[in-house]
Write a protein that binds this ligand. Structure first.
Ligand code: ADP
Ligand code: MG
Length: 936
């Protein structure tokens, strides 16, 4: 609560209704005819110098009503959506041509030109067609990658609270037009440039603009001599900044590109998104491979030249090999896989804001989760109530409505009891910012529950009996909310404070309590009695709220407490068990009291008996060393403040954990930033939180965290799988040509064939390995060690084994064919088809590092089936379709040839299956007593 909480500023604004259709018409005419003189929007320099009523008059809006929907629609048609059009893009054909800028492609083109000069037109055409195919595939891949990255930016559309036709509404910020009246609240992101006309303690974080970390205090007075600087415009709220404190209202003066943020946005567009660690390591892997490939290719060309092979042919083969062996598609496939994974996660209700998050997800080994709303449903219902004069009442019914009853227990003076209950509900309803409209709640569930309970007691719109003068809002630090009011209808205009909050915060401010209509002095004994009541209610897992009122904030009259039920969500218990089994610790963090926290923890299967339960106060008192000793072993943290959350994250990180931390409040932002994965609540979270987080849970559901981890892990495995596939193909192709050259036999593959292999390697089959569906048991695997590299020893072993099989098989086939007179088209066709089929089988075994294809299911990856089928059809076309035959210099093979090759090449898959089987058996032996079932 701030000291200057008193300076509520309202500016008088003339009434001017736009509701009747006539006035809309005049507005229309005016704007149509006078577009030049009266622009549809005002820049912030001008707006800050104008009075608020001037702004509202210029923009033709009555601030108590807001625009009409019709008028807003009309304005939007004129001025467009409140969004930024993405930078002018090059047309696709330009991007297509850019693909030819690749030096290797240019070299290949050069060899085509040389072929023409040497009158080898067949070769020239072949090379050109092959180049076109390669370039097209690369272009399509890159285009797709760009498109999917673009989709990502649309995942978190900002929303806003806006007044239209007199009622507040929440919709997408892109719908805003100049003249709209926007309501700002603590935690909101400012949706457009606003000229403020009402501000209560409003402070806005403009660090994204000014770099200033202290929030800027705002008020509504016009500025006499405005200059261009952001910080001087204290009556303007800028688009994209964050409300740190207080609340306010403003008129939208400029939207989209016209806003101040528009110019910043344009600058941001020019910056490229930073690469993820995985992308970086792929880049360096690519660079390394390039160096090796160039070395080997140089050697091949040198030896070939020494052997007196045709220079041009050697050159073309060398360059094609370079195109093929260099996994230029690798970074793109990684990006596409990550981006597609992110889209898939979005479908499962978790929005990942940055690609690197996906990689970290599989490494998380501690999750600190909020209780309220994440573990529990955040559907609050008052179920019990104890008045200060010890009347006990039970409240029935659920939902935000008046269906239910308040049933009094063991009651000697029902008339007093009814009165006392009314007092409790009165405080609950007046000290309240929620609204219930047709059974839907606007505002916090805790407050909605209090309103609903009052309604069940026949008390509607209680807050209308008072005029609110001031509010000290609820915060997770204070755990208490206070409003100061005067009665509307009484003659006695004395100020009354209505207070609700945690019992240990409210009780110290009470000196009296209400007893059967009288007020009595609060004794320590009585206080203890109330504490016991609160403990009893808390032990049932209910959230306890104490209520008090009075004319002096330090000498309040205690009126009673309510117990609010918020049951755990479905499946949370199962999710937690799964996580614990996979070696991820789960910690529950809550602002509620210890009894409530422990009761809920037990309901969801967290062990509170053998591990510590720590309070925020304890955390505050601990030294760093004490924290590190205690925090990793605690499962429940109660009465926690945002500051405590930060120290929990830091301590866990010091002790070597990778932490996922959830948050919803304004002040959770720091902890979320610090955590390895900051998780914001999509439904009940503030914009501040969403801004700081790496991931957003759309439905606030704990279970969603698990699906995100699951996706994160499997994306990593998928990437590893296609890296294995690409590496083995690339090594096999290089070694094959190198060996043939060294042994001194003709080249088993020609340049065009090598390019075709490149397409299969970089193209659809590799890509489809990236979308392998999540394996059932991926979530049960241990979190990955962050330091573990992507290319592990076992991966290299797998790559080498496949490569050796492919090379020996292909060379054998080639040798067999060669034995007749000289090299013929049939020979290379056989080797070529052999290599491609090997590759297909190899792709099949790359679908999993450890599992048999049969256990993951032959048909589970539809994309893979499609990609392989297309590749095989392509291969058949290349072999049997005359025009392509001449491009790739192939010849039709017999059915027997095909059957022979299929059987032979399956060996690479059979060998890999055998290896996997042995590894599984070994692992089971190693783990000893466990039953094999546990590994299924
Ligand atoms: P959590 O971290 O579980 O969401 P909160 O910080 O929201 O917990 O709430 C902590 C405590 O503050 C609650 O136990 C309750 O006593 C009190 N409290 C919660 N919401 C309100 C509110 N709107 N007004 C007053 N007190 C509240
Ligand atoms: Mg809360």
């Amino acid at each position: 609560m701030k000291g200057n909480g008193n300076n509520v500023k309202y500016e008088k604004i003339p009434q001017q209704s736009l509701k009747d259709p006539d006035s809309v018409k005049t507005t229309k005419n005016l704007l149509n005819s006078g577009d030049q003189e009266i622009p549809m929007w005002i820049n912030t320099v001008e707006a800050s110098a104008m009075g608020a009523e001037e702004v509202s008059a210029r923009l033709r809006v009555e601030v108590r009503q807001g625009l009409s929907w019709q008028e807003a629609n009309y304005r939007r048609q004129l001025i467009g959506y409140n969004e930024f059009s993405v930078k002018d893009e090059d047309p696709p054909w330009k991007k297509y041509l850019e693909q030819f800028k690749n030096p290797l492609i240019l070299l290949l083109l050069a060899s085509a030109v040389v072929s023409i000069c040497m009158r080898q037109f067949d070769d020239a055409i072949s090379i050109t067609v092959a180049i076109v195919i390669v370039v097209t595939v690369a272009f399509v891949q890159e285009y797709r990658s760009e498109k999917s990255l673009e989709e990502l930016t649309k995942l978190v559309p900002p929303s806003c609270h806006c007044l239209r036709e007199g009622t507040p509404d929440t919709f997408l910020a892109r719908e805003l037009v100049p003249g709209d009246v926007v309501l700002l609240n603590i935690g909101d992101r400012v949706p457009a440039d606003l000229r403020l006309f009402e501000s209560v303690d409003l402070a806005i974080d403009e660090s994204s603009f000014t770099g200033e970390t202290e929030p800027a205090q705002k008020n509504t007075a016009p500025i006499l001599r405005p200059n261009g600087s952001q910080s001087s415009k204290i009556n303007i709220a800028f688009m994209g900044t964050l409300v740190r404190c207080g609340s306010g209202k403003g008129i939208v003066v400029s939207t989209g590109v016209n806003s101040e943020f528009g110019s910043v946005f344009k600058m941001m567009l020019e910056e490229e998104a930073p690469k993820t660690p995985l992308q970086k390591s792929m880049d360096s892997l690519g660079a390394q491979l390039s160096i090796y490939s160039f070395g080997i290719i140089g050697l091949i060309m040198l030896v070939g030249w020494l052997q007196g092979k045709q220079t041009l042919e050697m050159f073309t083969i060398g360059v094609s090999l370079a195109v093929a062996a260099i996994p230029e598609g690798l970074p793109i496939v990684v990006t596409v896989t990550l981006a597609l994974g992110v889209m898939r996660m979005a479908k499962r209700n978790s929005i990942v804001k940055k690609l690197p998050t996906v990689e970290t997800l599989g490494c998380v080994n501690v999750i600190c989760s909020d209780k309220t709303g994440t573990i529990t449903r955040n559907e609050m219902t008052v179920t019990v109530l104890v008045t200060s004069d010890n009347y006990l009442a039970e409240v029935t019914g659920a939902g935000y409505n008046d269906h239910g009853q308040v049933i009094l227990h063991k009651c000697e003076h029902p008339e007093y009891a009814r009165d006392s209950v009314s007092k409790v509900f009165e405080v609950g309803a007046v000290c309240n910012n929620a609204m219930i409209n047709n059974e839907t709640l606007l505002g916090q569930p805790t407050e909605g529950a209090l309103l609903a309970a009052a309604m069940k007691h026949g008390m509607y719109n209680v807050q209308d009996r008072y005029i609110r003068l001031q509010e000290y809002p609820f915060s997770s630090e204070q755990k208490m909310m206070v409003v100061k009011c005067v009665p509307k209808y009484d003659n006695d205009k004395r100020e009354i404070f209505f207070v609700k909050g945690a019992l240990e915060k409210v009780l110290p401010k009470c000196t009296q309590f209400s007893y059967n209509g009288t007020v009595q002095k609060l004794t320590t004994k009585k206080e203890q009695e109330y504490m016991v009541e609160a403990h009893e209610i808390g032990r049932k897992g209910l959230r306890v709220i104490a209520l008090a009122k009075g004319t002096n904030l330090q000498e309040l009259v205690y009126v009673g407490l309510v117990g609010i039920c918020d049951p755990p969500r479905q499946y949370v218990r199962e999710s937690i068990t799964t996580l614990l089994h996979s070696g991820v610790q789960v910690k529950m963090v809550t602002g509620d009291a210890v009894d409530t926290a422990v009761a809920i923890a037990q309901m969801i299967g967290l062990d509170t008996l053998h591990s510590q339960v720590l309070s925020g106060e304890q955390l505050d008192s601990f030294t760093e060393a004490e924290l590190d000793a205690a925090v990793p072993h605690a499962t429940v943290f109660y009465r926690v403040t945002p500051k405590n959350k930060l120290s929990i994250v830091k301590s866990l990180q010091r002790t070597g954990h990778i932490v996922g931390m959830t948050g919803d409040g304004v002040n959770d932002g720091v902890a979320l930033k610090k955590a390895d994965i900051g998780i914001a609540m999509g439904r009940n979270g503030t914009d501040v939180c969403k801004e700081a987080a790496d991931m957003i849970l759309v439905d606030d559901d704990f279970h969603t965290i698990i699906s995100a981890i699951e996706e994160g892990k499997s994306i990593f495995y998928n990437i590893r799988n296609f890296v294995r596939f690409q590496l083995s193909t690339s090594i096999a192709a290089l070694s094959l040509i190198a060996l043939a050259t060294l042994i001194g036999i003709p080249n088993p593959l020609n340049a065009m064939q090598i390019l075709w292999i490149n397409i299969i390697m970089d193209g659809p089959p590799a890509q489809s390995l990236g979308v392998e569906p999540v394996e059932k048991d991926v979530i049960r695997q241990k979190p990955r060690n962050t330091k573990e590299p992507m290319i592990t020893k076992s991966l290299i072993a797998n790559v080498l084994i496949s490569a050796v099989v492919i090379i020996s098989g292909t060379l054998w086939v080639f040798k067999k064919e060669l034995s007749s007179e000289g090299i013929t088209a049939r020979d290379t066709t056989m080797t070529f088809t052999c290599f491609v089929f090997f590759d297909m089988w190899n792709a099949l075994s790359c679908r999993s590092q450890t599992k048999s294809v049969f256990s993951i299911g032959l048909f589970t990856n539809k994309m893979f089936l499609v990609a392989v089928t297309l590749s095989v059809i392509g291969q058949l076309l290349v072999v049997y379709f005359p025009p392509l035959q001449s491009v790739f210099q192939t010849e039709a093979l017999t059915v027997w040839d095909m059957i022979f090759l299929t059987l032979l090449t399956s060996s690479v898959w059979v060998i890999s299956e055998i290896k996997k089987l042995c590894e599984r058996l070994l692992e089971q032996r190693g783990k000893g007593k466990r039953t094999p079932l546990e590994y299924v």
